[in-house]
Design a protein. Structure first.
Length: 240
């Protein structure tokens, strides 16, 4: 078993591992836990440790799982060292370049049969909000939706400026916090991000996002139409 954690979180998370065998099981047993659904269940809990004078830190603990066509076959097993080290390195690099994304506080790797492993990730909980589809549907006015378009455009510009190409940039991987002019869009699932020196990175990110919105429009009636995509494209390239 291997754990990599922020210095201030190491003692608390090591105790969690010793008491429950995994960080995910520890989070699932916390009395204050709140269930978050995505690719499997993640747990929003409070870590009894914090940086500086903080006595506690709100975190999200998730067990990493495969997605896509082979998810049922591969489940939660990854080749060592799993995607966890890559996710940490990517999240740090994105944050250094001003891209809003959850801070990785720790990960734990549990080897299985020598060459495979399972892993758990601990990230700092984002401010109150929800994923883009939920936020879009709950928007009380056209102005509120327009503010979300601005927030997503800012995120897309930040990604392209950092050379970050997200292979799975879809509506569920964008989280909206705040309201109106204070809205911020965060990018999730950054283990699918690669850094490239390519003038087409902005266009590829936008195309991937646009395919996702059109799929959601057709299958789940999201109502994020071509007019919204046009406004997003105009603003995403405004300062390019």
């Amino acid at each position: 078993m291997e754990i990599v954690a922020r210095d201030w979180a190491t003692t608390a998370l090591s105790q969690a591992l010793r008491s429950h065998g995994s960080l995910y099981r520890w989070a699932a047993a916390r009395p204050e836990r709140h269930e978050l659904r995505g690719r499997g269940v993640a747990w929003a809990v409070t870590l009894p440790a914090g940086a500086g004078a903080q006595a506690s830190t709100p975190v999200v603990v998730r067990h990493t799982r495969h997605g896509g066509l082979f998810a049922a076959l591969t489940g939660d097993l990854f080749s060592l060292p799993t995607r966890a080290p890559r996710e940490l390195a990517t999240a740090v690099r994105l944050a250094e370049r001003g891209v809003p994304t959850p801070e990785v506080i720790a990960y734990a790797i549990h080897p299985v049969a020598g060459v495979l492993a399972r892993s758990d990730m601990v990230t700092r909980r984002l401010p109150d909000g929800c994923d883009l589809p939920e936020a879009w549907r709950a928007a009380p006015s056209p102005a509120a939706r327009d503010a979300m378009i601005d927030a997503v455009a800012t995120l897309l510009r930040a990604l392209s400026a950092s050379g970050a190409q997200h292979a799975d940039l879809n509506v569920k991987n964008i989280y909206i916090a705040g309201e109106g002019a204070a809205s911020t869009a965060y990018v999730l699932d950054v283990d699918r991000v690669s850094f490239v020196k390519d003038a087409q990175v902005a266009a590829r990110n936008f195309a991937r996002f646009a395919r996702s919105t059109r799929k959601w429009n057709a299958e789940r009636h999201l109502d994020f139409g071509d007019d919204a995509l046009m406004r997003l494209a105009t603003r995403a390239w405004a300062d390019a």
